[in-house]
Design a protein around this ligand. Structure first.
Ligand code: ZN
Length: 158
């Protein structure tokens, strides 16, 4: 963490200290679980949808600062988005974290702060966790709501 750009580090730490989306959703429309064996991070994601729009987001992350901050940034950024937008954003962030040349749209809040993580390959999966969990949750949601929340691992999400 100490080598990250100061500005980005502040943003990451702020999300880590007070994660967004903490309030649980009792009857989620989308639910998924992700884990990152490389670091031991566990993350549960729940969304309440209204007319294909993300009305509420709940992220419960038991993990390191990066995974927690990334989940918090996700909660902030996808709230109020359409299903298609949420998918598009998750795709952009995944590309960015994998170090591909990516334009980050201006309206993606603190997503840019995660870019610094690319310089630390061992932490990329920590940052990726929330987004692959979202992608899997939305994929299952579109295929019809599963009885059990799908589970995804950062090891399988290449
Ligand atoms: Zn981690």
């Amino acid at each position: 963490m100490t080598n990250l750009d100061d500005m980005y580090r502040e943003v990451i730490l702020d999300h880590f200290r007070s994660p967004r989306g903490k309030k649980p959703i009792t009857q989620p429309d989308v639910a998924s679980h992700g884990h990152n064996p490389a670091c031991g991070d566990e993350l549960s994601l729940a969304l309440e949808m209204a007319d294909d729009t993300v009305k509420r987001v709940h992220v419960d992350c038991k993990g390191c600062a990066i995974s927690t901050a990334s989940g918090s940034i996700l909660a902030e950024v996808i709230k109020g988005r359409s299903l298609e937008e949420a998918k598009r954003i998750a795709g952009i962030v995944r590309k960015m974290l994998k170090g591909e040349e990516t334009e980050i749209p201006d309206d993606l809040g603190d997503v840019e702060a995660l870019r610094g993580v690319c310089n630390f390959p061992v932490r990329v999966k920590c940052a990726l966790l929330a987004w692959v969990t979202l992608i899997e949750g939305l994929r299952q949601y579109e295929q019809g709501r599963p009885a059990d929340p799908p589970s995804v691992s950062t090891e399988e999400s290449e």
